[in-house]
Design a protein around this ligand. Structure first.
Ligand SMILES: CC(C)(COP(=O)(O)OP(=O)(O)OC[C@H]1O[C@@H](n2cnc3c(N)ncnc32)[C@H](O)[C@@H]1OP(=O)(O)O)[C@@H](O)C(=O)NCCC(=O)NCCS
Length: 345
């Protein structure tokens, strides 16, 4: 009892050093939309199966030659214009992605030059579907330490570049997109980002991965013939893990901050499967009005789902200054993460 009280105080002390807050959110989705009916023409599937098993109705797909840095830069340029931020003020760019334009240079470097953020440094972060949450937590550390004042956190993926459109079990699930947020120091007395939980469980790596293209299986005729450059997944294993972990994460974050589920204004979960979201919702006991769902329109955009969810929540007037917002994710790795924040604008 005493030990847990000490731990809570210690966490409070660490988190209260200097708080970070999100001050801007924007997004970009490629123009082309692919509906379930379109997919019926290329694989043995049906709109009914996809909607019932996943909640997805359509997804956006990048044009030929449109890379992750293009989507990321488009989302960021929109943010800079909309919120009147000078790109020269940006200190750091973190791009969460599993579909970088290439191994190197980093997508962050490509974005930096595309948006003209001359002073910024940047790096890519590989956390799969948890990438954005990992990146946002990382950004808060640069703010907390006082090293930086303006950090761009971008979640962007062109999942269709690593999907086998002959495999009905994976090709119906994913879409392309990008979301960007700006992280800045909170004012005195402002709460901003309150708490986070981040975990990795590498034992789950065998259930969702892309076998080739890295140092283990460099690209060769054989890897291409064996389709090793595509997403491989044991869907039901990932599903079971995600259902359990996302619900646990939500409950844990709410409880350890002395909150009740009714205190949360909106939950923005990773959008991998509507049934995973519903299981978390049931455990937390929150109504539909408090859960952001847009998987029907975008599918699973991997690192982009959370910023796209935040953006839609703002556009739909579902989040306002002072609201408690909970973001949650589970992804390949396995990786998991949740962040609790008080919305700052
Ligand atoms: C992929 C997923 C939707 C599959 O749903 P499921 O209910 O687990 O379905 P299963 O994999 O057990 O397959 C059931 C049947 O549907 C079939 N099926 C799979 N994809 C299909 C499709 N697109 N259309 C029609 N049938 C399909 C399977 O072949 C299987 O047929 P069988 O029983 O004759 O073998 C689900 O497992 C899932 O969402 N997993 C998590 C994926 C995820 O979140 N990944 C990203 C992590 S961030």
């Amino acid at each position: 009892m005493l030990l847990s009280a000490v731990r809570v105080i210690e966490r409070e002390r660490l988190l209260s050093i200097r708080r970070a807050k999100i001050t801007a959110v924007s997004h970009y989705l490629p123009e082309r939309r692919v509906t379930n009916k379109d997919l019926e023409k290329i694989v043995d599937t049906s709109d009914e199966w996809i909607v019932e098993r996943t909640g997805i109705r359509e997804r956006h797909v990048a044009a030929k030659g449109q890379a992750t840095s293009d989507l990321a830069a488009a989302a960021t340029k929109r943010l800079l214009e909309q919120y009147r931020v000078d790109p020269a003020e940006i200190d750091l760019i973190i791009v969460a992605t599993v579909t970088p334009d290439m191994f190197f240079p980093s997508t962050a470097c490509l974005v930096q030059t595309k948006i003209g953020a001359k002073r910024a440094w940047g790096f890519d972060l590989s956390g799969a579907c948890s990438g954005f949450v990992y990146a946002l937590a990382t950004a808060t550390q640069f703010i907390a330490s006082g090293v930086h004042k303006k950090v761009l956190v971008i979640g962007a993926d062109v999942m269709t570049s690593i999907i086998d459109f002959k495999d009905r079990a994976t090709c119906v699930l994913f879409g392309d997109g990008a979301g960007a947020v700006l992280v800045e120091p909170a004012e005195d007395g402002e709460r901003g980002i309150i708490d986070f939980i981040l975990r990795s469980d590498g034992g789950g790596g065998q259930f969702l991965y892309m076998p080739a293209g890295g140092s283990l299986n460099p690209a060769s005729t054989e890897t291409i013939e064996k389709k090793m450059h595509y997403v491989h997944q044991e869907g039901s294993q990932v599903f079971k893990y995600a259902v359990r972990r996302m619900a646990d994460l939500a409950a844990h974050l709410v409880e350890r901050n002395g909150l009740k589920s009714e205190d949360i204004a909106i939950v923005v979960p990773h959008q991998a499967n509507l049934r995973i979201i519903k299981a978390m919702q049931e455990r937390l006991g929150v109504p539909d009005s408090k859960v952001m769902v847009n998987i029907d329109s975008y599918g699973n955009t991997t690192a982009a789902t959370i910023p796209l969810g935040l953006r839609d929540a703002i556009a739909q007037g579902r989040v306002k200054k002072g609201d408690l917002v909970l973001i949650l994710t589970v992804g390949a790795g396995y990786t998991t993460g949740g962040i609790l924040m008080r919305w700052a604008y």
